[in-house]
Design a protein around this ligand. Structure first.
Ligand SMILES: [Zn+2]
Length: 279
């Protein structure tokens, strides 16, 4: 059983556009997160699959019915923080306020405890490991923010590749980490299990890599996707770098087909279930 995760945020909130879109202006962009999340919910219903939805506090406050619907359809609600600012741009005080507030907003909407956290832009790096202690203190049980790769925006290349207790990794606190899944080739970790990498690589390669992790390494993988990645009709944002443009727009029209294949080829559930976290 593998973990399926959706980061519930809108297309204009991503780090790739942060240089041209100020969060203060988010309210001026037409929201598509509801429409796109419902598309995902319908696809998941068709394949009778449950997933974990890491929801942005900003979205939850403005579209409470969306969060309630995700929960009502049997999925796990977890936290993606409030304002989608990377952890390395926050102080420990503002980070604590952010994760506390988001947990409260989501729990008030669903009446269920929120156990999981995923940092915006996978921004738990060597410099922000302090954030993990704060998550545990604020009542979170697991984190899924560490990407064991080298990347210009995020990553801890030497972090373990599969779920581990965080107190075995430089931080003395009780929290389980589910790192984003990579394939190890030679001495390199290659990201394969979601987002832009899923849109970029041919499906046959991804399927083979994920099968290798399940069958040869005997480990679960964690797959992630954003609602805007199934939306080829989203408004285009101008004046961004070629790198950001490529990362955000590559193969948006192919995501849905690939995602449907993935759901029929592998078994998925929520992070809570895959990690066997009980209350
Ligand atoms: Zn995000």
């Amino acid at each position: 059983m593998n973990a399926l995760t959706i980061d519930v945020e809108d297309y204009f909130q991503v780090e790739a556009f942060a240089s041209v879109i100020d969060p203060q202006n988010w309210k001026d962009y037409p929201s598509r997160v509801g429409l796109n999340t419902k598309k995902i919910l319908d696809i998941l219903d068709e394949s009778q699959t449950k997933a974990t939805f890491f929801c942005l506090g900003w979205v939850a406050e403005r579209q409470p019915h969306l969060i309630k619907e995700i929960a009502a359809r049997g999925h796990e609600i977890a936290s993606h923080g409030y304002d989608h600012q990377p952890v390395y741009r926050k102080s420990p005080q503002t980070f604590r306020a952010d994760v506390k507030e988001t947990k409260q907003i989501l729990e008030d909407l669903t009446g269920k405890p929120v156990s999981g956290y995923r940092a915006p832009t996978y921004s738990i790096t060597k410099k922000t490991l302090w954030a993990l202690e704060i998550l545990a203190e604020e009542g979170y049980r697991y984190d899924s923010s560490i990407f064991p790769i080298k990347h210009d925006l995020y990553g801890i290349p030497d972090a373990p590749r599969f779920p581990f207790n965080i107190n075995t990794f430089h931080v003395k606190t009780k929290l389980i980490e589910f790192p984003l899944t990579t394939l190890r080739i030679l001495n390199l970790n290659i990201p394969i299990a979601g987002g832009g990498y899923f849109r970029l690589f041919p499906y046959t390669f991804i399927k083979k890599a994920l099968r290798h992790i399940n069958n040869k390494e005997k480990q679960p993988f964690i797959f992630y996707l954003h609602p805007w990645e199934l939306d080829p009709n989203q408004p285009r944002i101008n004046h961004i770098s070629w790198r950001s443009r490529f990362r955000h727009y590559v193969n948006l029209d192919k995501t849905e087909g690939k995602f449907r294949k993935l759901l029929s080829d592998f078994r998925f559930s929520t992070v809570l279930e895959v990690l066997s976290i009980k209350f």
